[in-house]
Design a protein around this ligand. Structure first.
Ligand SMILES: [Zn+2]
Length: 826
């Protein structure tokens, strides 16, 4: 699964955090792997979707066997169902079985004792009622209704009718009875009956289709290899299906019909991804199909259902958006590699979730590195690492046996930190041993469940090295090194000391490369940090231009070091990787009144890698007049000519701050650009010169279809105008934005409007919009409390103006409205 963690990061920096309960007894429960009493073997389902009632009418034939010990009973997960029949199937005969059902568990008396050598098949007739299922005892699982009917009766004319499922973590058992645990595996056959006007999707090969007399059609799917119940999927709706292939297997993209022409642009690299992952893992793609479907109102980012991947609607980008780059490509890679890590070898419990998600997170690095080069991979990989560092989760272990809710495991530790840990393991083992270890892990655990030790043992077998030290600190321990690195030169003795102090509580032990650049030559030393303070002495004949600790920049660390601007300039020019350059730019940006700093920033603005050029633009502080003047020509060149649209856009927006009318033609021509980022930057830049013109151009460009940064820029002009008559458009556009960081970022200008407007009815509409957003965001994002405190802050700001206000009654009404909203009122 891929979730949008960014929300949380934004909140950490900008709002007071949600209150954590002081004591929660749930977190004292040791989360062991589920015991296997009976094991699933095969699941055959005959399913009819009932759009009138949002029900699913099902027949299930479930074949099982006792795992080891003989047993005469079976417990199945079956959540919120009407159970109609429970029978034992013997040959062609069915005989009723005694059972009890409490709305969550179906306990069946098998009528006799079975041993591990006996397979048996249970037949169950049931109706699943996902909308009526009342998850007991937990706020986090109210969203886990498993089966979702979107606009089932077609009452909303702006929304298609769709059905889709979300099994992870244990919600598949809302739509079919099963042992809903990740350490169970079953082959599957599904006969899915849908209205004939719809296309359907499920796991595995579509083996046959049959039209029925009542306007429905039954589609038969078969997955011939076993997988876990949470990976089961059914979906249906009015989709265009664009077909591709990989080594003769179906690869298909289900999109809403208006996206049919761009489906290949969005998903078309999928066959190349399957080939790439098959090759680096030396393990051929193991499943018989690869389909991807985009749906409305999805509760997560994307989900790796075996051969039937689901994506949220923001995967659907139009041709203009795609000019700025496919922002969904890394998610597509993430779900693809889950078909090895997650679907082929599955985490044995949610405590071990990283065995799925760390690999999926790291696949994004691997894909970037292969397709776009190491700089792109390092840029995005560093972003992932910072996502973990900013999440303030350093107290959590990667493999975690204590947690409140299963859903809590889907965090920046299991994902971001996990990915970075694999990156470090790769560096420690070397590429060849690392990928061979992954291959052995896959071979040894294929179609089974695994835990972190399986990976350790495979890596030890391949490399011949003991790896307990690595796994103990990174997989089973928490935290990360927080380093103070000092470079001390003694020109008389001609020695340099690299002094590394570990500031965090638990010491880490890691190998690190130190590069010494002396007289135009580079020498690399491999050292280990392991003590509170480690000192590495290096002799030289001429004082080195640079000593670069962790020259691979592979560590997961926080650090401070005492390099000079001269060191950083040398580092920028001579050290090769993205992070070296990034650190140099960030240092120079703080020392911008020196010629070396300007030289470094000028070089960065001309770097061959767009990521460096974009970074440099983002770091230039134009409130500094010296720097602003020195770098103007470089920024202008990028605004005019940069081949990368998003970099060009950033330069245009920055150029706006120069407020020079001679640049107006650049901004106006940007508005004609097909790229949303460039056109959006044009609007923002123009707003510096002439807000009225920016507003009128926004109204002219607003054809009701624009998306991305242009839509955001237009929305911002409407908001900043403070005009009540434009706010209805704001509401329409804001509602259209998919749940994303961009949408979240709009809350700030809405808040500013609320603070600045004196129009009470406008204020109420703006508050209502924030409340609507707050109440619509799935609870797992934990936004309710922070948004309430945001509203509270706005109320306090208004309150501060009360003494000087001309219309105190109106202002008091506004404050009361905000406070009521902040208390969750209305
Ligand atoms: Zn995932």
């Amino acid at each position: 699964m891929r979730i949008a963690l960014l929300f949380l990061l934004f909140l950490a920096g900008n709002f007071s955090k949600a209150q954590e309960p002081g004591y929660n007894p749930l977190s004292d429960i040791y989360r062991a792997s589920p015991e296997k009493i009976n094991s699933l073997i095969h699941t055959k389902l005959d399913l009819k979707l009932d759009f009138d009632n949002s029900y699913i009418h099902g027949k299930a034939w479930i074949t099982l066997k006792p795992h080891f010990y003989p047993t005469d009973s079976l417990q199945l997960d079956a959540k919120g169902m009407d159970i109609k029949k429970v029978e034992m199937v013997t040959g062609n005969k069915k005989s009723p079985l005694k059972y009890s059902y409490d709305g969550l568990f179906l306990n069946i008396n098998l009528g006799k004792t079975y041993t591990r050598y006996d397979n048996y098949t249970i037949y169950i007739e049931y109706t699943g009622k996902p909308d009526e299922f009342d998850a007991k005892g937990s706020a986090a699982i109210t969203d886990a209704k498993g089966l979702y009917f979107i606009n089932p009766k077609g009452e909303d004319k702006d929304k298609p009718i769709q059905v889709w499922t979300q099994g992870e973590t244990e919600a598949s058992s809302v739509w079919f009875p099963t042992i809903d645990k990740p350490n169970q595996k079953t082959t599957q056959e599904i006969a899915l009956t849908v209205p004939d006007k719809f296309v359907s999707l499920s796991n595995g090969e579509l083996v046959s289709q049959k039209k029925n007399n009542d306007g429905t059609r039954t589609d038969n799917y078969k997955l011939d290899k076993p997988h876990a119940p949470y990976l089961f999927f059914i979906g249906a709706g009015d989709f265009a299906v664009v077909k591709d292939s990989y080594k003769g297997k179906e690869v298909s993209y289900y999109v809403e019909k208006e996206y049919e022409s761009v489906a290949r642009q969005i998903f078309g690299m999928t066959p190349e991804m399957l080939g790439f992952f098959s090759k680096i893992l030396n393990y051929e793609y193991p499943w018989n199909k690869y389909a991807q479907m985009t749906v409305r109102d999805y509760v997560s980012g994307a989900m790796e259902n075996t051969t039937a991947v689901l994506h949220q609607e923001s995967a659907q980008q139009d041709a203009r958006e795609l000019l700025d780059g496919n922002h969904w490509e890394r998610v597509i890679a993430h779900e693809a590699i889950h078909h090895w890590f997650g679907n082929l070898v599955t985490t044995e419990s949610w405590s071990n979730l990283a065995m799925n998600e760390a690999f999926a997170n790291y696949s994004e690095y691997l894909w970037d590195e292969y397709k776009y080069g190491k700089e792109e991979a390092d840029k995005n990989g560093l972003g992932e690492m910072n996502g973990y560092l900013q999440s303030e989760s350093s107290h959590k272990e990667l493999i975690r046996f204590y947690y409140d809710e299963k859903e809590d495991m889907f965090d920046a530790v299991s994902y971001n930190k996990g990915g970075r840990i694999l990156h470090m393991l790769r560096n420690v083992l070397g590429d060849s041993a690392f990928f061979k270890s992954l291959n052995l892990y896959l071979i040894q655990n294929a179609y089974k469940a695994a835990e972190a030790h399986h990976l350790r043992l495979a890596a030890e077998e391949i490399s011949g090295k003991d790896l307990n030290w690595f796994f103990n600190q990174w997989f089973f321990g928490s935290g990360h090194p927080d380093l103070r690195i000092d470079y001390v030169y003694n020109d008389e003795a001609k020695t340099a000391s690299v002094i590394v102090r570990q500031k965090q509580d638990n010491l880490f032990e890691m190998p690190v490369n130190i590069d010494v650049h002396e007289a135009g030559k580079k020498k690399t030393y491999r050292v280990w940090i392991k003590n509170r303070v480690d000192t590495f002495n290096i002799s030289y004949s001429q004082r080195p231009d640079l000593i670069n600790f962790d020259s691979d920049k592979y560590l997961l660390v926080e650090k401070e070091e005492n390099k000079t601007l001269q060191n950083y300039l040398y580092q920028y020019k001579n050290a090769s990787n993205y992070i070296d350059k990034k650190e140099a730019i960030e240092f120079a940006a703080t020392k911008y009144t020196t010629p070396e700093a300007v030289e470094l920033l000028k070089l960065a603005l001309k770097d061959r890698f767009y990521g460096i050029r974009s970074l440099a633009i983002s770091k230039i502080n134009v409130s500094n007049a010296f720097l602003k003047k020195e770098l103007e020509q470089e920024i202008l060149q990028i605004a005019r000519n940069d081949p990368k649209r998003t970099t060009k856009a950033a330069a245009i927006a920055l150029l706006g701050s120069y407020q020079k009318s001679e640049y107006q033609p650049i901004f106006e021509s940007a508005l004609e650009d097909s790229s949303y980022s460039v056109a959006g930057a044009g609007i923002k830049a123009l707003a510096f010169l002439d807000p009225e013109l920016a507003l009128s151009k926004s109204i002219a460009l607003d054809n009701g279809k624009v998306k991305g940064e242009l839509a955001e820029a237009i929305l911002l002009q409407y908001l900043n105008s403070g005009k009540a008559e434009l706010f209805d458009k704001v509401v329409v556009e804001f509602r259209k934005l998919p749940l994303s960081q961009a949408k979240f970022n709009m809350l700030m200008p809405i808040g500013e409007l609320i603070v600045n407007t004196e129009n009470t009815s406008l204020l109420k509409k703006a508050v209502d919009l924030i409340v609507e957003f707050r109440d619509g965001v799935p609870s797992q994002y934990g936004l309710t409390e922070p948004l309430n405190s945001f509203l509270e802050t706005l109320a306090n700001q208004k309150n501060g103006r009360l003494s000087s206000a001309t219309d105190k009654t109106a202002l008091q009404e506004q404050i009361d409205y905000l406070k009521q909203a902040a208390r969750g009122g209305f």
